[in-house]
Design a binder for this molecule. Structure first.
Ligand SMILES: C[S@@+](CC[C@H](N)C(=O)[O-])C[C@H]1O[C@@H](n2cnc3c(N)ncnc32)[C@H](O)[C@@H]1O
Length: 344
């Protein structure tokens, strides 16, 4: 098993200079990147782990890093698909905002009051973003898409969680960064709020709601362009990418997914405010590898629901998480989430 690298004393993963594609990984013009083989004694391409604290779980790998710095250290065309749930508003996962949330102080997080003996999950308030913050989101996702497009194999898909309020901004930024927009998955679930009467004038306008009550979570479907003149079939043969996988019964992947909130059992295991349910994530990781082989990347891994879903299905996945506390949480949670019964 490769040695685990330690996080530097300041607790932050070391930033690494961009590195050119590994010549050893190249053969007949195309990069030949082995899937991570996360078993003791197995080999893993060193650029996935080099310089970073990391741990192997089943067929997958968790890395403690800032995904932007980490991706810059990868050669081009080395992952087959991305399934991820980024911090939509960026701000909500800034250290100061997390500290406010954890201290019960709010910040961008709305802290619903406890009642009936149950306390509800904090939710970020995206309507509070100002123009400058929206510009910061655009710039971040454009830059992220550039780097993601570079590390994806041609035809590789990106399935990215968003929310109804910000998806237009995020999709435009991802396209500006070089990804093709291919549509949207609608996860039918009531996780977002909205539906409130106008603040401060509730009794004056009792028949009005300022935003619709959220009943779905949009997931963008994007793709790295096929090489010029190549078809989907060519891409499948050359790279194992270019399309989405059908369900086990042979029906096409559907872009509406009825879903439930993340179960209490999963939330207890995961310990992350944005943990996604295995029921959903297993469908997404299944779909993103059209031939069922290759490397999936989740650059914003949180407590590792994507990695756990891939692990449950025997797929290779790399999860990258910036915050030490969540990296630790993922290390503990992934095997337990992967063991939960359900779609396999
Ligand atoms: C919405 S949460 C993902 C939750 C995840 N889907 C789960 O089920 O646990 C986004 C995560 O991205 C992490 N993050 C934010 N910026 C990052 C970056 N630049 N690199 C790596 N992780 C980052 C945050 O710490 C947070 O845990």
């Amino acid at each position: 098993m490769p040695s685990k690298n330690q996080t530097p004393p300041n607790g932050r993963p070391a930033r690494r200079a961009p590195r050119a594609a590994d010549p050893a990984a190249r053969g007949n013009g195309a990069p030949r990147i082995p899937a991570p083989t996360p078993r003791p004694g197995g080999s893993v391409a060193p650029y996935f782990t080099d310089g970073y604290r990391h741990t192997f779980v089943g067929e997958s790998l968790l890395v403690h890093a800032d995904c932007m710095a980490w991706m810059r250290g990868l050669p081009s065309s080395c992952v087959h698909g991305v399934v991820t749930d980024p911090p939509y508003g960026l701000k909500e996962y800034d250290v100061d905002q997390l500290q406010k949330m954890e201290g019960g102080n709010g910040g961008i997080w709305r802290l619903p009051p406890s009642f009936d003996g149950s306390s509800r999950q904090p939710l970020p308030r995206f309507t509070a973003l100002n123009v400058g913050e929206r510009e910061r989101i655009s710039e971040f996702f454009t830059e992220w898409a550039r780097e993601t497009e570079r590390v994806l194999k041609p035809g590789g898909h990106v399935l990215i969680a968003c929310n109804p309020f910000l998806c237009q901004l995020v999709y435009a930024a991802l396209v500006a960064g070089g990804l093709e927009f291919r549509g949207q998955i609608v996860r039918v679930v009531r996780t977002f709020r909205g539906g409130d009467r106008p603040k401060g004038a509730e009794s004056e306008f009792p028949d009005v709601c300022s935003l619709p009550r959220g009943c779905h979570e949009p997931w963008g479907i994007l793709r790295k362009a096929l090489p010029p003149g190549r078809t989907v079939a060519d891409c499948l043969k050359d790279h194992g990418t270019g399309a989405l996988r059908r369900s086990r019964s042979g029906s096409p992947f559907l872009d509406v997914i009825p879903s439930r909130r993340t179960s209490l059992e999963e939330r207890r295991v995961g310990g992350h405010p944005s943990l996604k349910p295995q029921e959903l994530m297993r469908q997404l990781v299944w779909a993103v590898l059209p031939l069922g082989r290759g490397v999936i990347l989740d650059p914003f891994t949180g407590a590792g629901s994507t990695v756990a879903a891939a692990t449950a299905l025997g797929l290779h996945c790399i999860g990258v998480e910036r915050r030490a506390k969540f990296f630790q949480a993922a290390t503990a949670a992934v095997p337990k989430l992967a063991d939960l019964p359900g779609l396999r």
